[in-house]
Write a protein that binds this ligand. Structure first.
Ligand SMILES: Nc1ncnc2c1ncn2[C@@H]1O[C@H](COP(=O)(O)OP(=O)(O)OP(=O)(O)O)[C@@H](O)[C@H]1O
Ligand SMILES: [Mg+2]
Length: 328
């Protein structure tokens, strides 16, 4: 299991930033906390953190470094919604390649950057297109050995992730899956899979933040405090203002603290208990459009006690008109 100390030790100053890769003329400085990304001991590398903590910067630099330094690497870079990659994301990667002094070694198209001398490439794709979900298409790309999921909080269907994950299986090369996310609520499958039963707490700026101890992942957690030298002072002032005004929102957004329940739920004050079957009831049905599931629940209202009872009856995707095997 990877043993890396990811704590910021309560220090509000950024930790040491090192010249991690690059030459003296044209260097890229990456926080030491990201070092294990360059030498992963596990298939999965999870980069979590608050806004502005350099997760995307580190991952794109890592991809560009491998593109131009390793033979036969084929990296799939995805965001859930990623349109016009050549306008939105490829320029960011080209910028890193320039900093690595390798601009003459690569060719870019609208969806791919190639390094012919290395026979390596980065393929860019969204998961969700206007016509639906394209995991089936992505899983058929041959020869992939690395898969980066940026903004994985939007990747809500674990099965879609698994489908692509299964196709990262190149013999003779490291097989690496990098998952980048701003933690959301604990209902996300990433929490259930790598945190729920396996984490320890560290303190960052007075808040308790979970670090995964799951043997399957290398977990790196960073915050804007680790990237402060690359942030605009106005942006830092905005963060500090929120810290004073709303410490919990600050902890979630900028320290990467997970939320207990879905933010913005209409009824936050609920508990689990027995449904009062003596009350009159009705069913509520919400048709979901993929990837959202269809949801149906039984509802009863106890007017006298001011209680609402809800019982989940169905929460399924891909339902057909003729199905409905819901047990009433
Ligand atoms: N090593 C670096 N050198 C120069 N600039 C950097 C470096 N690391 C990060 N930055 C800059 O810091 C800012 C925040 O970085 P980045 O977008 O990677 O953060 P993030 O953690 O992905 O944020 P978000 O959660 O909002 O997606 C960006 O403007 C980025 O260009
Ligand atoms: Mg980012």
């Amino acid at each position: 299991m990877q043993q890396v100390d990811h704590t910021t030790g309560g220090d509000k100053l950024p930790s040491t930033i090192i010249q991690f890769i690059g030459d003296s003329d044209n260097e890229i400085q990456i926080n030491q906390k990201y070092a294990s990304l360059w030498n992963p001991k596990t298939r999965y590398v999870l980069l979590t953190g608050g806004r502005g903590s350099a997760k995307s910067f580190a991952a794109s630099t890592w991809a560009c470094y491998n593109l131009t330094n390793k033979d036969k690497w084929k990296i799939l870079f995805t965001r859930y919604t990623l349109q016009t990659a050549h306008i939105s994301i490829i320029p960011e990667f080209i910028e890193k390649i320039d900093l690595l002094n390798m601009e003459s070694a690569v060719d870019a198209t609208k969806t791919v950057i190639e390094c012919p001398a290395r026979n390596s490439s980065i393929i860019f794709s969204g998961i969700k297109t206007s016509s639906g979900n394209q995991t089936a298409k992505l899983k058929s790309i041959p020869g992939l050995n690395a898969f980066i999921v940026d903004e994985a909080e939007e990747f809500v269907v674990e099965q879609d992730f698994n489908t692509i994950d299964d196709s990262i299986r190149m013999p003779g090369l490291p097989n690496v899956v990098v998952i980048i996310m701003n933690p959301q609520d604990v209902e996300h499958w990433i929490w259930a899979r790598w945190f729920e039963k396996s984490h320890r707490m560290i303190e960052i700026d007075g808040h308790q933040i979970p670090i995964s101890t799951h043997p399957e992942v290398t977990h790196i957690h960073t915050t804007y405090l680790d990237n402060i030298r690359h942030l605009n002072p106005d942006y830092i002032a905005k963060i500090e203002k929120l810290k004073q005004e709303n410490p919990e929102a600050y902890a979630h957004r900028y320290l990467g603290k997970w939320l207990d329940k879905k933010e913005g739920v209409i009824y936050p004050n609920w508990t689990e208990g027995a449904f009062d079957e003596s009350l009159p009831y009705a069913y509520g049905l919400d048709f979901g459009f993929y990837p959202n599931p269809d949801g149906m629940c039984k509802v009863a209202v106890d007017q006298a006690r001011k209680l609402v009872y809800l019982k989940e009856k169905c929460m399924q995707r891909n339902n057909q008109t003729k199905r409905s095997k819901v047990g009433f």
